[in-house]
Design a protein around this ligand. Sequence first.
Ligand code: ATP
Length: 456
Amino acid sequence: MSEKENKMEKIVSLCKRRGFIFQGSEIYGGMGGTYTYGPLGVELKNNIKQLWWKKFVQNRTNIVGIDGPILLHPKLWEASGHASGFGDAMVDCKECKKRFRADHLVEDATGQDLEGKNEEMTKAIQENEIKCPNCGKFNWTEVKDFNMMFKTQMNGVEGDIFLRPETAGAIFVEFKNVLDSTQQKLPFGIAQIGKAFRNEIVAGNFIFRLREFEQMEIEYLIRPQENWEPIFDDWLNQQEDFAMELGAKKEDLRRLEHPKEKLSHYSKKTIDIEYNFPFGFKELYGLAHRGDFDLTQHTEFGNEKLEYFDQESGERFIPHILEPTFGVERSLLVALVSAYTEEKVGDDERVVLKFPKKLAPVKIAFLPLSKKEELTVPTKELFTQMSDKFVCQYDETQSIGKRYRRQDEIGTPYCVTFDFDSLEDKSVTVRDRDTMEQERIKIDELENYLTEKLSE
Ligand code: ATP
């Protein structure tokens, strides 16, 4: 096993052991591509979403948020093109019945990228006698398209109802409502964080490829004649900045432009931002120039002209859209991979999640040196007092050394220890996660001290 695969395994195991991430429906044998975020995972995920919302919505005057439904009108998926063609090409092994993404199978075996060319992929599989990665046999079906949308029904609505495969659709159809209720002027954006569902042919790489996941998306509207390239570049930089705020190093990010032949017919430019995951460089985020495709389609299929009225020139037109899109779980994986550190401490080794402080699921742990009431009661009081302001934990089990290690492993920036001297000198020991240095701080000054430290 390579060092990188080993690191990934250790992260997956830590996530389960410490309550970050569990396999979905595990006691029934698990459901591929679904996960439960445990007590720490849910905090971490919320911190990532809050960071994003603050950066892209609350800190800006020209981006506003919405929270649209997962169940959307069947016509919307006709308009967007998803109903007729949203998916990947699949191929089944007739021997072991396992299903694969045909483009991945061909690319892994031959290095050729034949995505979108089903006949050529069928030929490549045959000519290269590509064997089934699962059973090793060579007996395949033809390559066929597979629609990845989950279908369901709804009382009182005719037609196929789908669980949305991306959040964007819910934004496009609210364009008019947002415009009329906010008086935004171009350029402006509409942002949303929410669930998306894709019946991926093969889910995997832990939380990288899921069947149920969350996206953070912005539809950024500009004038058709706008000089869009600098705005596009600025978005790319902002997306990379966000990844770096999660802990990613610049050298682990790269941009991959979609070549002309793979570009959607309406797109002027699309770039994937890739991250060097333990399983190689893969898409983390994306940025696409979508032209006027979406608003034109929804105008045609819906009952409303999705136009913008320019008061100065008196013109009406359909704006163009730049779409920066971010996956929540891929962000979470970047945060975990970047934070995971093994360090030698004397003869010992410690595992630390060196999260940026604002991401840490627990900010401060309150630890009484012993389980004696004279220490536990005032420590709990401190915990209650500080919990109003920070996410804290109280822990009185096992030795202080073991408790420090446990907090290191979940990435808690500060441990506050209340000992027998604390009763006399009204001070506590504050231990720093990264330096392991300890400082004696007056209890009266603790809140200010921690507020300052946590905002560094
Ligand atoms: P991929 O090429 O990896 O299948 P995509 O190009 O289909 O991804 P988009 O449709 O651009 O992805 O989706 C936008 C973002 O949503 C991606 O950049 C990624 O962060 C996230 N995402 C997409 N599919 C999944 C998935 N199955 N599981 C987790 N996150 C996903």
